[in-house]
Ligand binder design. Sequence first.
Ligand SMILES: Nc1ncnc2c1ncn2[C@@H]1O[C@H](COP(=O)(O)OP(=O)(O)OP(=O)(O)O)[C@@H](O)[C@H]1O
Length: 233
Amino acid sequence: MDRILKVEQVSKKYGSKQALHNVTFELGAGKIIGLLGSNGSGKSTLMKLIAGLAQPGSGSISVLGTPAGAESKSLVSFMPDQPLTEDWMKVGDALRFMEDFYPDFDPAKARRMLEFMKLNEKDKVRALSKGMNERLQLTLALSRKARLYLLDEPIGGVDPVARTKILNALMEFYEEDSTILLSTHLVSDIERIFDEVIFIKEGELVLHSDVEELRLQRGKSIDELFREVYAEC
Ligand SMILES: Nc1ncnc2c1ncn2[C@@H]1O[C@H](COP(=O)(O)OP(=O)(O)OP(=O)(O)O)[C@@H](O)[C@H]1O
């Protein structure tokens, strides 16, 4: 396996709250992986650690052999659950900001994505609906040339039609030798795009599997399995 990400025995506490406990997994190249878990299970914390924006209490994370942190930032594009943009910006300003900040930002790809997303460079960011804003954030994150894309709840608060549009954009603009780790708790709408899934529950990894194998072994959809695992959450 061409390994992109290695997470080894990672734990993280906030005060006395154990947000992650002994999480270990590896991801290969060219895959879309669903990071699935109910609210508060530790998905965003794990994403931030992989992005190098916070440090684990113990354990280690590396991206293509480089420890997560300042040096791995050129390999990882992160779409956090909070927008990357400022309210005063127009969509075009957001593109220019990304271009100034990230040498690997591809403005031509961003413009193609904007067109697909039906966004206009003259649109004001603060006037965008939640769904349109998520389309913009996804455009910004996917227009960098990274090896690993971390998308934290990219379909969080939007209706099913907008979700389909966002997922179609993901499939259309995804670079096939890169890896996407996408967190969500809205499993049924999105499971069709996953090659692998990771289930995280109360800070612990409870399952990491290839989606086809899982469907064959258990004879259930990922959504059905998700509902079983998180039934009491
Ligand atoms: N900065 C923080 N300070 C204290 N506790 C935190 C902090 N960030 C997260 N937590 C706690 O850590 C646990 C994991 O939170 P996290 O945001 O990683 O979960 P999540 O799976 O992303 O949840 P959601 O789906 O609701 O976004 C939760 O119990 C949360 O309350």
